[in-house]
Structure formats: C-alpha cells, structure tokens
Write a protein that binds this ligand. Structure first.
Ligand code: COA
Length: 274
C-alpha cells in the first residue's frame, strides 16, 4: 500500500480478524493491508493460490502482521464454508468481512453470452451472498462489520456493463437488507463504491466507459490507498453509527453524469478476456 498510513492510530483495529474475498490483488489487497497495518489479522481468499500466497507474504513483510492465504471460489458454498472454518480454526473468530471478489469485462448485449452474464452474477452477487451466509453467525457473535465492494457504473446506464451493473445493484440491495436484518445483532453493513482507481485492473478495463481525468471533478484518478483509508474508517469506532450506507469514493465522478458514448470494444469475447 502506498504512503499516508499515519492518518489513523496504528492500533485502531487491534486484534480484529478480517476475512476478505479478492484480497490477493488490487483494491481489496490494499483494503486488507490497511486493516493489518492498523492492528488486524487477515485471511485472503480467491481462486488463485499462487497469487494469494505471494500477496500474503508481501503484506506480512510490509506490515509485520499476519495474513493467511486460503484458496476458495466464492461461487462454491463448500469453498467458502471451508475458508470460514479455517479462519475460525486459526483465529477463533471473525470480526470483519470484505466482499470484494469480482469479475468484469466490457461486452455489448450482442456479445454477452448467457454463460457470461451468469458467470459475473455468480462471482459478484452470489459470491457476496455465499461468503456472508457462511460467515454471518461469526460476524454476529463478534458484533462485527461487513463491507461490500460495489461500483458507480450502475447509477447510470453505462454501456457494456449490464452484467456487472446488475450484480452490483444486487450487492447494494444486500447491503441495505443486511444492515436492517443484522443491525439488531450489533453488526454494521456498508458498501464502498470506488470510482476510477489508478493502477487497477478495473481502471484499465473500464476507463473507456468513463472518459478521461477531465470528467472527474477532482481532476485525477483515486488511489488504492484512498479506498483503504475509507475501509479503516468504516470498520473503526469512528463509524460506529454508520450502517446501510454506500460510501462513494470517486472524486465526485459519477455526479457529472458523463457520457463518453460507445467505445470500441473487441468483438471476440475470448480475445478480450483478462
Ligand atoms: N467479453 C465477453 N464475454 C466474456 C469475456 C469478455 N471479455 N470474458 C469472458 N467472457 C465469457 C466467456 O466467453 C464465457 O462465456 P461462453 O462460455 O459463452 O463463451 C463466460 O464469460 C465465462 O468465462 P470463463 O472464462 O469461462 O469464466 P471464468 O470464471 O474463468 O472467468 C471472468 C471469470 C469471466 C470474470 C474472467 O474475466 C476473470 O476471471 N477476470 C479476472 C478478474 C476480473 O475481471 N476482475 C475485475 C476487474 S474490474
């Protein structure tokens, strides 16, 4: 994670246990590192164990904290149950959950296959539900907190993003439903909706749907550190009465309602995959 880590007290999340899907790379990796840097311990899960192991080692070395990698496909209930069980076996509890695992690409309605639409819904929306279902009793037991990672592209009808937009709209709904249903157990549930964040796969994949920096009121892309700081804030006592909220972290970008038109996309789905 980049600099500016001294904004909060470094023990603000002391001994808290985080389970984060998608924590092996990008925004969710920075979110995880920030939690560990502020006293927490973390388990990161995704499909690629190799990527997770590398990320966990690097984060542990950078922070002096504990980060454990566990392979899991969030689409598979057995995998998320196993990840939750192993987290509790290792740390005895789960305080925080970040639902960040996601898949995305640009595809027109014409080029979006039945399987492609289902795949993104299954990873993003079903994955968020699956992991939270598996961890919910532990989060309740610790009066913990959940952050669902969303986006802003479904606030308007962004081209070539209906699959991800539908999934994230569902995730935003879950954020509200869980805030209401888990609130009586002392659990807070919020979302973070990042805008264009530099040096991320999302930025490189989706920038053509958003226009350049001139379309962002703050005049620049955000950084993963800025998303990480929002994460520490939402998990911390500073946000103790904030639940059911969607924190948009986008330099006011989506409010400009910028319409870049219909960017050229690769028409062969197979060749435009990550
Ligand atoms: N355009 C259109 N369709 C695409 C596509 C693209 N760029 N990329 C994948 N698909 C389609 C596939 O063709 C397939 O449909 P088909 O069987 O009808 O051909 C379907 O999506 C599933 O793809 P597959 O590669 O089998 O699934 P997967 O589970 O291995 O991959 C993805 C998941 C699709 C999300 C993949 O792009 C991925 O893993 N991306 C990396 C993570 C990522 O995107 N992060 C988000 C950053 S914003």
């Amino acid at each position: 994670m980049a600099a500016t880590t001294d904004i909060f007290k470094n023990d603000i999340l002391k001994d808290k246990v985080l389970l984060c899907s998608g924590g092996g790379s990008g925004i969710c990796r920075a979110m995880t590192e920030a939690v560990v840097r502020h006293g927490g311990k973390a388990v990161i899960i995704s499909r690629s164990l190799e990527r997770l192991e590398k990320a966990a080692k690097e984060m542990s070395e950078a922070t002096g904290g504990v980060v454990i990698p566990i392979q899991a496909d969030v689409r598979k209930p057995a995998d998320v149950e196993n990840a939750v069980a192993k987290t509790v076996e290792k740390f005895g509890k789960i305080d925080y959950l970040i639902n960040g695992a996601a898949g995305n690409f640009l595809a027109s309605f014409q080029n979006l296959s039945y399987n492609a639409f289902r795949t993104v819904i299954e990873i993003d929306l079903m994955g968020t539900w699956n992991l939270t279902k598996a961890a919910s009793e532990y989060i309740k037991a610790s009066k913990g907190s959940i952050i669902n990672v969303s986006m802003t592209l479904h606030y308007t009808g962004t081209v070539y993003q209906q699959h991800a937009g539908a999934a994230k709209a569902g995730i935003d709904a879950l954020t509200k439903h869980w805030a209401v249903e888990l609130g009586p157990f002392g659990v807070r549930v919020n979302g973070i909706a990042p805008g264009p964040i530099e040096n991320t796969v999302g930025m490189s994949k989706l920038s053509s749907t958003r226009g350049g920096y001139e379309t962002i009121p703050l005049g620049r892309a955000g950084t993963v550190t800025e998303i990480a700081h929002s994460t520490v804030f939402l998990f911390s006592e500073a946000a103790s009465y904030i639940s059911g909220h969607m924190l948009v972290v986008d330099g006011a970008h989506w409010l400009t309602n910028h319409r870049p038109g219909y960017p050229e996309i690769v028409l062969n789905p197979k060749s435009s995959k990550l």
